[in-house]
Design a protein around this ligand. Structure first.
Ligand SMILES: C[S@@+](CC[C@H](N)C(=O)[O-])C[C@H]1O[C@@H](n2cnc3c(N)ncnc32)[C@H](O)[C@@H]1O
Length: 277
């Protein structure tokens, strides 16, 4: 059972419908709440680590939706930070952006910005800083997670925290190119349509991890919450370690080639990476 923490805004919890107007836990919101607080436990140590090195923390949350995650992060961590620390919520649904702006104003959460932008467009938007510390994307739809990775690489984000949603692009490419890889006995892994979808989904996250590793990130993959709460519960946390690495890039390239997915090369490689097909 969740308990309100000392200093936490009861007003916020009511606005997010986590608490009812009379202060009781709203049963319908429990699932989302559990996910967000569980995720907070992973993100808080990263924020603390950043704070030891710089006073301002810049976090960008992609596919923010109603910004549960952003508001909870702000309330529990950013609220007490002075200066230029800021959370940016990126969301294409204008009405949700507007609602979040109004809520932040009502709560006096002045270090929050909400931008009505696609994740892809946010990479070049001048409303965002050139460098950020943390990028999050919680169930950002389809390829929005991939765009969030691109954003994080472009902004040299120190940490990247992803809970991917379903992604249809890799499965579609597997489906289309089945004939080309029939000689490969491993193609049995995705021959049947349901396996194409499930393997495509699994493979997407495997390719994302290799992509991040190839850019010098150390990647941890774990489970966010039990299966009873969400079907999409893979948590990928990437920590920047240093130089780009050749071996994961080579493996990524090899996987794309052997699975008949070379058309997705641009999705997982940036133009400045040396490996070509
Ligand atoms: C499943 S919701 C998750 C919302 C929130 N992160 C959460 O977990 O509660 C996905 C959100 O991503 C937004 N979205 C989808 N594709 C996007 C894109 N390319 N750029 C920005 N937002 C996107 C949708 O409008 C939706 O609000």
């Amino acid at each position: 059972m969740y308990e309100v923490r000392p200093g936490q805004s009861v007003e916020l919890l009511k606005e997010l419908h986590i608490l009812t107007r009379d202060g009781k836990m709203n049963q319908d919101s429990r699932r989302k709440l559990k996910q967000v607080f569980h995720l907070y436990q992973f993100i808080e140590p990263l924020l603390q680590e950043i704070r030891q090195q710089r006073p301002d923390v810049r976090l960008v949350d992609h596919g923010a939706g109603k910004s549960y995650l952003g508001f909870i992060l702000y309330d529990l961590f950013f609220k007490t930070l002075a200066g230029g620390s800021r959370i940016y919520g990126i969301e294409t649904r204008a009405e949700l952006v507007q609602r979040s702006r109004e809520l932040a104003q009502r709560l006096d959460f002045s270090g929050m910005s909400f931008l009505d932008l696609s994740v892809a467009d946010s990479i070049t938007s001048n409303e965002l800083p050139d460098e950020v510390d943390v990028v999050t994307a919680l169930h950002a739809c389809n390829t929005a997670t991939d765009d969030a990775i691109r954003f994080a690489l472009a902004k040299r984000s120190r940490f990247i925290v992803l809970v991917p949603c379903c992604q249809a692009e890799v499965a579609a490419a597997l489906r289309k190119n089945k004939g080309a890889v029939l000689k490969n006995p491993l193609s049995e892994l995705w021959r049947h349509p349901i396996h194409t979808r499930e393997f495509g989904s699994h493979l997407t996250n495997v390719l994302r991890c290799l992509q991040l590793e190839s850019h010098g990130y150390q990647v941890t993959v774990t489970e966010l919450v039990g299966w009873e709460h969400s079907m999409k519960n893979e948590l990928i946390i990437a920590r920047y370690q240093g130089q780009p690495r050749r071996q994961p890039a080579e493996r990524l390239n090899h996987m794309l080639e052997s699975l008949g997915l070379t058309e997705l090369h641009e999705r997982f490689f940036t133009s400045e990476q040396g490996l070509s097909r």
